[in-house]
Design a protein around this ligand. Structure first.
Ligand code: GDP
Ligand code: MN
Length: 391
């Protein structure tokens, strides 16, 4: 598949380079941070808010929308409010957007989930995780609190930004006509998505979608484009989907097998945008095309019989519906979530410190400030600038 770097060089440049003062009084986008969380994740949530506030939002003041399938308690709310001056809204997710839909046989679905637990599939046995993935795949953008927004920036507990973000990524995406932004792409655990590509591929074929050049990022075959041309001449290409998938009763029992012959000679390479960071246009998710995609994927039962993550769902939808020119790789954002991180290789050196604490005796106070990132962040705007990263 074409490397992200190649795609980026060709279609997608870094929005801003060099020193830049935070543009505090520029126009704002119609955008919000979206945080799905549980009360027990408060500590991780505060870590994330501290980081995004320090490196971005203290200048930009974008609002937060917190979502939960339960109720946020007052400790959670008060603590969050103590860490940002931006507006915060609290949303509860309705049972229609969380949990089993009525067309699913719950007992069968629960059995499927238990089996995945027995097979030691990561999060496979955890029902709530399946609900979360399905919510982020097909429902979050329909939540009433998000209706007024055009853009969102997804934030999770336990993330860390390493560099100051001194420009407005929403506004730059808007100006550059971008739909979906990411900062890390990684390989999915194969056993969580054994059949996902068959269905995504079926969606693409059923809707006569030809790749705009992004689909290949997710496929194993380097020459997929040429093969596609060749296959178009092949009558098998037009072969309809097997009856089993078109007429199957959704959500019951095992996934219907799709005739491998009906596929396009490609397989999923497991690559996906790591969706715990995302900056994207909500109207793409709200589009008929995306929702048709979600519906087909959903009806297959893969959110229960397998443990499809929202990351490969978003990614394969992007592959089917978008082109490289619609995607932005935020390679200038230093970002970490639990064990995986991205550090911009070409980040400018941090500004000179009064003295270099690592090389001299470090006082306890300095240690604390280093730990809390203060040395590497831009001081109050707009007096000084700098985009130092310490990853
Ligand atoms: P991981 O990043 O894949 O390990 O998964 P996480 O446990 O971080 O879950 C992803 C996101 O969904 C995080 O923002 C969690 O706070 C949130 N989340 C996961 N499960 C639940 C749940 O049952 N209820 C709520 N309200 N949020 C959840
Ligand atoms: Mn997480």
């Amino acid at each position: 598949p074409p490397s992200i770097r190649k795609i980026s060089e060709k279609y997608d440049k870094v929005f801003v380079t060099g020193c830049l003062e935070p543009k505090v009084d520029g126009p704002r986008a119609n955008a919000a941070f979206v945080v799905l969380a549980r009360n027990k994740e408060l500590e991780g949530v505060i870590q994330s808010i501290k980081s995004i506030e320090r490196h971005f939002n203290r200048w930009f003041h974008y609002p937060y929308v917190f979502l939960n399938d339960g109720d946020f308690n007052s400790t959670f709310k008060e603590t969050v409010l103590n860490h940002t001056s931006a507006p915060v809204e609290w949303g509860k997710i309705s049972p229609e957007q969380w949990g089993f839909p009525d067309w699913v046989d719950e007992n069968v679905a629960k059995e499927g989930i238990a089996k995945q637990g027995d097979a030691a599939i990561m999060y496979g046995g955890m029902e709530s995780y399946h609900h979360m993935c399905r919510f982020y795949s097909g429902h979050f953008y329909k939540h009433e609190l998000l209706q007024k927004y055009e853009w969102y920036w997804r934030l999770e507990p336990e993330i860390k930004y390493f560099c100051d973000i001194t420009y407005d990524p929403f506004m730059h995406m808007q100006r550059n006509n971008k739909t979906y932004g990411f900062t890390i792409a990684v390989k999915e655990l194969r056993e969580t998505v054994p059949n996902i590509f068959r269905y995504a591929s079926a969606y693409k074929r059923m809707n006569n979608l030809t790749s705009q050049g992004l689909w290949e990022m997710f496929t194993e075959d380097i020459e997929a484009k040429e093969k596609e041309e060749a296959l178009k001449a092949d009558p098998k290409y037009k072969k309809p989907l097997p009856k089993e998938i078109l007429e199957s009763e959704p959500g019951r029992g095992a996934l219907p097998e799709i005739d491998p012959e009906a596929m396009e000679g490609e397989s999923y390479n497991m690559c996906h945008f790591w969706s715990n960071f995302e900056i994207a246009r909500l109207d793409w998710f709200r589009s008929k095309e995306y929702n048709d995609f979600f519906k087909l994927m959903d009806r297959s039962g893969g959110f229960w019989n397998e443990r499809w993550g929202d990351a490969p769902i978003h990614s394969l939808a992007a592959g089917a519906l978008l082109g490289p020119q619609d995607i932005h790789y935020f390679r200038d954002f230093g970002y970490r979530h639990t064990t995986i991180q991205h550090c911009p290789a070409n980040a400018p050196a941090p500004r000179q410190l009064p003295r270099i604490p690592f090389l001299e005796k470090t006082t306890e106070d300095e240690k604390k400030r280093i730990e809390e990132d203060e040395y590497w962040a831009t001081p109050d705007p707009p007096k000084e600038n700098g985009v130092g990263c310490r990853c």
